[in-house]
Design a protein around this ligand. Structure first.
Ligand code: GAR
Length: 185
């Protein structure tokens, strides 16, 4: 049995999808959700799912409090599902090759600081890309630069808006992220 912590900053639709996917799987346990946003919708989803969620502000990630909390709860693996804060050194060091992230584009394109959520899809449309997709990768000290484990693509049509691309990308996330988590962990 592996204990996996989910980190999220926003709506948490991936968090919900992951928890539902593994609900009856005794090999994977998702005992807690951590967010750096107090008012993130992920806390509402957590309540409905019956999984405890915790808010920690940025400083408490950086001063080791979050790490202490993860260790106290015997967390084996961390999954970033729409988590927009840079994971600090202390956590990366304590969880080498045990943190993965999902990025809503085909890295190395459209990655790096400021490239998250809708900003990514807007940049894809502005650049007249003909495809986009998802990238699941290990997390290291730099934004979006850890080893890539999985990518899936979708078509971007000339008439597509950023919202259209976001919908296609979300669909890929829901379809593949839980499956890849199961394989990696
Ligand atoms: C997802 O599309 C995820 O790929 C993206 O944030 C969204 C969160 O949606 N992550 C990043 O942009 C990370 N750089 P959700 O809160 O509904 O799961």
């Amino acid at each position: 049995m592996k204990n996996i912590a989910l980190f999220a900053s926003g709506s948490g639709s991936n968090v919900e999808n992951i928890i539902r996917y593994f609900r009856d799987d005794t090999n994977f346990n998702f005992p807690l959700i951590i967010s750096n946003k107090q008012d993130a919708y992920v806390h509402e989803r957590a309540k409905k799912l019956g999984v405890p969620s915790f808010f920690y502000k940025k400083e408490r990630f950086e001063n080791g409090e979050v790490l202490a909390f993860l260790l106290k709860n015997q967390i084996d693996f961390i999954v970033l599902a729409g988590f927009l804060l840079k994971v600090p050194h202390n956590i990366i060091q304590a969880y080498p090759d045990k943190i993965i992230n999902i990025h809503p584009a085909l890295l190395p394109k459209f990655g790096g600081k400021g490239m998250f959520g809708s900003h990514v899809h807007e940049a894809v449309v502005a650049n007249k890309e003909t495809e986009s997709g998802i990238t699941i990768h290990y997390v290291n000290e730099n934004y979006d630069e850890g080893q890539i484990v999985f990518q899936a693509k979708c078509e971007v049509l000339p008439a597509d808006t950023a919202e259209d691309v976001a919908a296609k990308v979300h669909e890929l996330e829901y379809r593949y992220f839980p499956e890849i988590i199961g394989k990696i962990v």
